[in-house]
Design a protein around this ligand. Structure first.
Ligand code: UD1
Length: 422
């Protein structure tokens, strides 16, 4: 296991290229299992979660060739002969549960481990399972595994409302329905860019999906889907993370390249209120920070609202603002494990239910802190980059799950981050 040693404070000055999206890449990889020929995916980031999902897919007999230098991956399900996704792999990463939809689509049957809990409380999959049952798929649970099967090769389908709207359930149900359900309607479907990208890819492969980009998806089965070459989106959460990291130091002047700013939803509206100099020019975003950062309270919502995946980073930024602010998470109520660690660095944050109140203008100083999950970890890195002196961030394996070459990218623009064995 590794840790980071970070010396601060350092402004971020220069250019960072944004990597491919982690959360969008995995549904695209799952979709490749539905094709009758190989699929090539571009802009696939080299991340631990991607390698884990690659392994889950390879378990089935599907071949996966990852050309890491080119961030390009070829998947061929021609020899798929195993329809199980085992606990050892699924427990490492929840998105492995997409194998349920992908295997139902490919083989009409699946045995997939239930994903279990998570660092920020229970994250259920009840909607995934209810949706498949509504579709006509036979679902049974036994000893921590979900067994899915269908009597004939197709099912009638149905009409299912997601409450609450769920990214993962929408993706799983779409994957399961496109080759199996006569007609399946998903209402209150997630509209996150990751879902839209998957649906567009499936449509290009030959799927019949109506309502892409809206909250009602109507899917009618097709017999065959063909493999295609398709490009992943840049990571909007990585984009937002670096925007926030830049705003944290008054002398930062950071340009992000290869972005899709239109996929940031309402996030830029909150960002503008900070008072930083912020410009979008095509696929580039430039942030020049300010010594007079305004406190901006935010509430997370489903897309296009403020993303829960940027909640911890925003609360961290607010420690440097000129006043008090409140960050409320309405998507996950218990995602504040970073708060005690941030307070160890000198932050003054107080959690009450699903709200955190942050006192601004606090002087952070170096300390040893512990990563608890992916977004919490990157928030600690951001805090350490503006804290005075040396910080140690332990258990950084969380970061390797979701940020490609994080320390290289940050060191290239002026940070001082060293990776050493823990
Ligand atoms: C995805 C993202 C995660 C992000 C989240 C919300 C991936 C791999 N992960 O997670 O980074 O934080 O979207 O944007 O893409 N729910 C249920 N029952 C279910 C499923 C979900 O009650 O069966 C609830 C959850 O508890 C949560 C809400 O629905 O309160 C939204 O969760 P969901 O959109 O499903 O999140 P994930 O797809 O797991």
């Amino acid at each position: 296991m590794d840790k980071f040693i970070i010396e601060g404070p350092t402004p971020l000055i220069g250019t960072i290229p944004v990597s491919g999206s982690k959360n969008a890449a995995m549904p695209l990889m799952a979709a490749a299992l539905l094709a009758n020929s190989p699929t090539t995916l571009n802009l696939i980031p080299r991340l631990k979660d991607i390698y884990t999902f690659k392994k889950v897919i390879e378990e089935t007999g599907t071949s996966v060739n990852f050309n890491e230098d080119a961030n390009s991956m070829v998947l061929d399900p021609a020899n798929l002969n195993n329809t199980e996704a085992p606990y050892e792999l699924v427990r490492r990463m929840r998105a492995s549960f997409y194998m349920l939809g992908a295997l139902i689509g490919n083989a009409g049957e699946a045995k997939v481990s239930l994903p279990g809990g998570c660092a920020w409380g229970p994250r259920p999959v009840d909607l995934h399972l209810k949706g498949f049952e509504e579709m006509g798929i036979n679902i049974e649970l036994d000893q921590g595994y979900v067994y899915a099967s269908i009597k004939n090769s197709t099912v009638e389908g149905g009409d299912f409302t997601l409450n609450p709207s769920s990214v993962g359930a929408t993706i799983n149900l779409v994957l399961g329905a496109v080759k199996r359900a006569e007609k399946f309607i998903i209402r209150n479907a997630a509209k996150e860019p990751d879902v839209v990208l998957l649906c567009k890819m499936l449509a290009e492969m030959g799927a019949d999906i109506e309502g892409i980009g809206t909250d009602t998806l109507t899917i009618r089965k097709v017999d065959e889907l063909k493999g295609i070459e398709y490009s992943n989106d840049p990571d909007r959460i990585e984009t937002g993370t670096f925007m926030i990291a830049a705003a944290m130091h008054p002398e930062s002047d950071l340009t992000l390249t290869g972005c899709r700013p239109e996929q940031l939803g309402k996030f830029p509206d909150s960002f503008k209120k900070l008072g930083v100099d912020f410009k979008i020019d095509g696929t580039e975003i430039r942030i020049k920070s300010t010594a007079n950062l305004q406190p901006v309270s935010v509430t997370t919502k489903i897309y296009p609202g403020f993303p829960t995946d940027l909640q911890a980073q925003w609360a961290t930024l607010m420690t440097q603002a000129n006043g008090t602010s409140v960050v409320t998470d309405t998507v996950y109520f218990d995602r504040f494990s970073y708060v005690p660690e941030l307070n160890r660095l000198g932050g003054k944050l107080r959690v009450e239910k699903n709200k955190v109140t942050i006192q601004g203008k606090t002087i952070l100083s170096g300390a040893s802190v512990m990563s608890t999950d992916l977004r919490a970890s990157v928030s600690l890195v951001m805090a350490a980059m503006v804290a005075k002196g040396k910080s140690e961030i332990l258990r950084i394996y969380h970061l390797d799950r979701g940020y490609e070459q994080l320390e290289k990218k940050l060191n290239d623009v002026g940070a001082s981050i060293q990776r050493v064995p823990q």
